[in-house]
Design a binder for this molecule. Structure first.
Ligand SMILES: Nc1nc2c(ncn2[C@@H]2O[C@H](COP(=O)(O)OP(=O)(O)OP(=O)(O)O)[C@@H](O)[C@H]2O)c(=O)[nH]1
Length: 367
C-alpha cells in the first residue's frame, strides 16, 4: 500500500486504537478514585464497613473490567457509539455518588474525579447528551445528599452541603457545554481526515491509471514488473509478458476519426480485462500498445493467453456502428530469464512483436 495512504489511514481508520485508549483512561480515573477512597478510609473519613467497601469495590471493578473487555475485543466497533460512553458515565455517576454519600467531611472532593470522567466522555457524546448527563449528575448528587442528610441530619450543615451541590452542578454544566464543542470538533476533524484519505486514494489511482482506458499506466506496469522480477529472483517464480499492439491503428484514426480510435482502445481494454485471470496484470504502455504481465506463467502458457486474447478480439466488430469492421492484434511474447532486466525483457517482447508485424500481423510471436 502506498505510504501516503497508510499515513492518512492512521488518522482515520484507528477507531480500535482510540477505543483502547478510551478504556485505559476510564480505568486510570477509577484507579485514582479508588486510591482516594482507600486514603479516606484509612484516615477514618469514609463511613463504611470494610465488608461493604470491598463488595462495592468488587462491583465497580468487575463492571469496569467487563466494559474494558468489550472495547478491547472489538465487539462494540459496529455500534453507533462504540465507546459505550453513556454506559461509562452512568457507571461513574453511580460510583462517585455512592462514595460521596459515605464521605461527609469532604463530600465535594470525593466526587471531584467525576469531572475527569465527564471530560473523557465529552470526546464521544454530543452536546445535548453531555448536558443531559450533567443534569443527571446534578440530580444524582441531590438524591445522594438527601439520603445522607436523612441519615445523618444532626451532624451535617444543610447550607454547606447545598453550596457544595451548587458548585458541583455548575462545574458539571460548564464541562457539558465545553465538552459538546470538543465532540463537534472531533467529528469535524474525523470527516476532514476521511476526505483526506479519499483524496490521497484518488491521487494514487490517478498516478497509476491511464486516463483514456482506466488501465494501469506505463509507470505502474514497470513497478509491477520490478516486483515480479524480485519474486523471480528470490523465489524462482516464473513470469512472462505479452507486448500487444493493435494493427494499422493509424488507418483507423485516419479513416474513422480520432474518436473512433479512442473508442476502439477503450473497447479493447474492456475485452482484454474481461478475459483476464485473477492475478494477471494488464495496462496501456501508451498509444495503441498494451502490456500483459502473467505471473507464474512460462513461455508456452503466455502464448496460449496471447492467442486466446487475439482470437477473442477478432470476434469484436464495429462495422454495424459505423466503425472499422475488425481490428487485429499483433503480440510479442517473452518469458523472464535469470539474466533479464526489465528493459531486456521488454525489448525481447518488442522483438517478438516486430516479428509478428513483419510476419503479416494478426499473430503472436515469441522472442
Ligand atoms: N485515437 C487514438 N489514437 C492514438 C492514441 N495514441 C496513439 N494513437 C495513434 O495510434 C497510431 C499508431 O500508429 P503507428 O505507430 O504507425 O502504428 P499502426 O498504424 O498501428 O501500424 P502497425 O502498428 O505497424 O500495425 C498513431 O496514428 C497515433 O496517433 C490515442 O490515445 N487515441
Amino acid at each position: 500500500m502506498n505510504q501516503d495512504l497508510r499515513q492518512a489511514q492512521r488518522f482515520t481508520l484507528n477507531e480500535r486504537r482510540l477505543l483502547k485508549r478510551h478504556g485505559r483512561s476510564a480505568i486510570a480515573i477509577m484507579a485514582m478514585h479508588t486510591l482516594l477512597c482507600v486514603l479516606y478510609f484509612r484516615q477514618g473519613y469514609l463511613q463504611i464497613s470494610i465488608e461493604s467497601g470491598l463488595m462495592l469495590l468488587a462491583g465497580v471493578w468487575g463492571s469496569l473490567l467487563v466494559y474494558q473487555l468489550l472495547l478491547v475485543s472489538g465487539w462494540t466497533i459496529k455500534l453507533r457509539e462504540p465507546s459505550l460512553s453513556l454506559f461509562l458515565i452512568l457507571h461513574f455517576t453511580l460510583v462517585f455518588m455512592i462514595s460521596g454519600y459515605y464521605v461527609d467531611e469532604f463530600r465535594l472532593s470525593a466526587v471531584t474525579l467525576y469531572f475527569a470522567g465527564l471530560l473523557l466522555v465529552s470526546f464521544r457524546l454530543s452536546g445535548k447528551a453531555m448536558v443531559a448527563v450533567a443534569v443527571l449528575g446534578s440530580a444524582s448528587y441531590a438524591v445522594m445528599l438527601w439520603l445522607a442528610l436523612n441519615d445523618r441530619w444532626i451532624q451535617l450543615s444543610f447550607s454547606v452541603e447545598a453550596l457544595q451541590w451548587l458548585v458541583f452542578s455548575m462545574i458539571a454544566i460548564s464541562f457539558a457545554i465545553t465538552g459538546g464543542g470538543i465532540n463537534r470538533l472531533r467529528n469535524t476533524l474525523e470527516d476532514k481526515n476521511r476526505e483526506l484519505a479519499k483524496a490521497v486514494e484518488q491521487v494514487r489511482e490517478m498516478a497509476i491509471r491511464d486516463d483514456l482506458t482506466g488501465l494501469f499506466n506505463r509507470r505502474h506496469l514497470l513497478e509491477i514488473m520490478e516486483r515480479q522480477r524480485a519474486l523471480a529472483l528470490r523465489k524462482k517464480l516464473p513470469f512472462a509478458v505479452c507486448y500487444v499492439d493493435l494493427d494499422h491503428f493509424k488507418q483507423i484514426n485516419d479513416r474513422f476519426g480520432h474518436e473512433w480510435g479512442d473508442r476502439v482502445l477503450r473497447r479493447f481494454s474492456q475485452v482484454a480485462m474481461a478475459g483476464m485471470r485473477d492475478g494477471d496484470y494488464f495496462g496501456r504502455l501508451g498509444g495503441e500498445e498494451f502490456l500483459l504481465i502473467l505471473p507464474q506463467s512460462d513461455e508456452l502458457g503466455a502464448v496460449r493467453v496471447a492467442e486466446r486474447l487475439r482470437k477473442r478480439w477478432r470476434e469484436e466488430s464495429f462495422g454495424a456502428e459505423g466503425g472499422p469492421a475488425n481490428v487485429s492484434l499483433s503480440i510479442g511474447v517473452a518469458a523472464y530469464r535469470d539474466s533479464d532486466t526489465i528493459d531486456t525483457l521488454i525489448n525481447r517482447a518488442d522483438e517478438g512483436l516486430y516479428k509478428a508485424k513483419s510476419g503479416g500481423r494478426d499473430q503472436s510471436q515469441v522472442a
